[in-house]
Write a protein that binds this ligand. Sequence first.
Ligand SMILES: NC(=O)c1ccc[n+]([C@@H]2O[C@H](COP(=O)([O-])OP(=O)(O)OC[C@H]3O[C@@H](n4cnc5c(N)ncnc54)[C@H](OP(=O)(O)O)[C@@H]3O)[C@@H](O)[C@H]2O)c1
Length: 281
Amino acid sequence: MTPSNPSQTSMTMDALWLALCAAAHDEHDSSGLVVNDGESWSSTHPIADSAHDLAALFVPLLNLRNPNRPIVVGHLAQSLDGRIARMDGESHWISGEMDLDHTHRLRAFCDAVLVGAETVINDDCRLTVRRCEGPQPLRILLDPSGRISEDRKVFQDSTAPTLWIRGDAGSTSGVGGHVEVLVLPCVEGCFDIHELLSALNERGVHRLFVEGGGVTVSHFLEEGVLDRLHLAVAPLLVGEGRATLGRSLGLSLADCPRPQVSVYPMGEDWLFDCAFTRTHR
Ligand SMILES: NC(=O)c1ccc[n+]([C@@H]2O[C@H](COP(=O)([O-])OP(=O)(O)OC[C@H]3O[C@@H](n4cnc5c(N)ncnc54)[C@H](OP(=O)(O)O)[C@@H]3O)[C@@H](O)[C@H]2O)c1
């Protein structure tokens, strides 16, 4: 990062966030933020020290591009012993306030936020942007058997559009007009992730945020289409619980993904920014 004129007022975290968000959505951006190739970037304004980690986490997401599918970034918050929830599904909250802010930023930064059926059933999450400025993403639910009940907030609260991806059309009479059903073929209960990404690409989703849970993130990782995983690790021990990544990722340790990792303090937690490239898959 190369600020060009140190005599100027430093760009605060809020100002930098607005610039990043505008750049992500191709809006006119007068911040002076210049994104170069790879991980590097520069700004015509100096950046406040407190905003450096924000830039380090989001600029690489601006730089990633793939004409054939959306860029995919995942986030999970886990305990020190690798749990994202208790066995009964309780997961509020594993990580602290700063990581929750970060999650809302990821929602606003991406065109769509995607979760698995279990997360909607357990958490009744809204998946809207409330803790930062920014646009509301398309909410996408992976629900092959149509087992999410229609009283869930994503179906009743129309703050953001919802795409309900199912294995069959079923009955959807009790959901709001903001909900669209997309039927995709399922093999042994699984959607083909590549087919799913290409359907989303056609719909104009160029950056996809996979917010969980662990089974869903694992499907993307297994298929080699997870570009980044932001893994928040909280100083908490859960014991028996739901594993961070709920599927096998390799036949031997040599096959398992070994991402390049940078670590950032995030309030009382640590954020592991895991970058996957072809050589790590
Ligand atoms: N700590 C965190 O960061 C965090 C984040 C999100 C959620 N959570 C917690 O994690 C728990 C849920 O996570 P989870 O890992 O158990 O489940 P999940 O990932 O939320 O949902 C898994 C289910 O989604 C559907 N699904 C996902 N990928 C699919 C694919 N490629 N094809 C077809 N269906 C697919 C399947 O539904 P079917 O079962 O119907 O086949 C699958 O069993 C909850 O307790 C939630 O509170 C924690």
